[in-house]
Write a protein that binds this ligand. Structure first.
Ligand code: CA
Ligand code: CA
Ligand code: CA
Ligand code: CA
Length: 361
């Protein structure tokens, strides 16, 4: 990675005034009178979800076992891919419309770099050195060619802002996509402006949490001159969970509230509208998953509870395997099973913080 520098807006971001949240997401109430119905709009066409392993309608339940490295996917044979200490990353790296099993592994020879091992659904294997220990792998398509680009978010440290790095699949170029993120920010992979390209976005937990989005431009750059948050949505203990809940092609701003099990979702416009919707699904101790079970393009709020999958509007789907539910998200708060060293971001009183899976067991 070269060390190209770009101006960073952290100070402006941190100094921006809070605006009042019209439909108070910070409130634990949420009556129907303050909700705004999100209108389902047109589909933007098929795009392999990180957990759509067979390319059919909807996603498959999938888990990765952090001890054995085995991927257990609904309606598929178990596959061993990875080992203890790896970070699972699913995405469509080969562009055949099916999610590929992939892991990111710290390189033991250098301890400073990581290797992405991809088992391509269309056949073959790739291993690409990319990133370093402490980086957060991101499964995104930043150039919009419908192939997942290996990407990492390097958390902000001291005076250094958070950095987004990717290998763009369209030209195989290794790029610093932008400096976008401050201390304590949580990276979010989403397409908030609906152009088919993943944007640079971070969630900043606070009493009134901020979502900062640097939207993608047509030339594969990102508008990092944004000077105000795209949304103020969530509180200091919420877990961000982004996805397209209404299938309008734009990722929506959403948080899951661990104390109450509420899903708070606001439409992913830039900037966000003033009101959102809330759904009750889950209980303290659960893990929320953005999952499209039926293939209608809309995220179905899903709860993972000790191996069991519960989908909003459908109920119990059953249990498969043992391990980390996929799509794995850095914001998933709890360890499952064995002890590994990958960083996770855990919610709790006082905000989100980074913690290893070992510490959680
Ligand atoms: Ca694939
Ligand atoms: Ca791509
Ligand atoms: Ca975009
Ligand atoms: Ca949406």
């Amino acid at each position: 990675m070269n060390q190209a520098r770009k101006s960073f807006r952290s100070s402006r971001m941190l100094g921006a005034a809070l605006t009042i949240l019209a439909a108070s997401c910070a409130s634990s109430s949420g009556g129907a009178d303050e909700q705004q119905i999100i209108n389902p709009l047109t589909s933007t066409g098929a795009r392999a979800a990180p957990s759509d392993f067979n390319g059919g309608a909807g996603s498959e339940r999938a888990v990765w076992n952090p001890s054995s490295g085995v991927w257990t996917v609904e309606n598929a044979a178990d596959v061993q891919w990875g080992q203890a200490g790896d970070i699972p990353v699913a995405g469509d790296f080969d562009g055949d419309g099916k999610a590929d099993r992939a892991v990111v592994r710290p390189d033991p020879r250098t301890v400073s770099s990581s290797v992405w091992w991809v088992l391509k659904s269309g056949g073959g294997v790739t291993n690409v050195p990319w990133g370093a220990a402490g980086d957060i792998p991101i499964s995104g398509d930043f150039d919009g060619d419908r192939r997942t680009d290996p990407a990492i978010y390097r958390p902000a440290s001291g005076q250094t802002p958070g950095q987004w790095w990717a290998i763009l699949s369209s030209d195989n170029s290794q790029r610093l996509l932008g400096n976008w993120g401050g201390l304590g920010d949580v990276p979010i992979a989403g397409d908030f402006n609906g152009d088919g390209k993943t944007d640079l976005a971070v969630y900043r937990p606070a009493a009134q949490s901020q979502w900062w989005v640097a939207p993608s431009n047509p030339d594969n750059t990102f508008n990092t001159s944004v000077s105000s948050p795209a949304a103020i949505w969530g509180n200091s203990t919420d877990w961000p969970i982004a996805g397209d809940f209404d299938n309008d092609g734009r990722t929506d701003f959403a948080v899951w509230r661990p104390e109450s099990g509420q899903w708070w979702v606001i439409n992913g416009q830039l900037p966000a509208p003033s009101g959102g919707v809330v759904a009750q699904w889950g209980s303290p101790g659960d893990i929320p998953i953005a999952f499209d079970v039926d293939g209608d393009g809309k995220i179905d709020p899903t709860i993972w509870r000790n191996g069991d999958w519960w989908v909003y509007g459908r109920g119990y789907l059953g249990s498969i395997g043992g391990g980390i539910p996929l799509p794995y998200q850095a914001t998933n708060p709890r360890a499952i099973g064995a002890c590994t060293n990958d960083p996770v971001i855990i919610g709790g009183r006082g905000g989100l913080r980074t913690q290893s899976l070992c510490e959680l067991n």
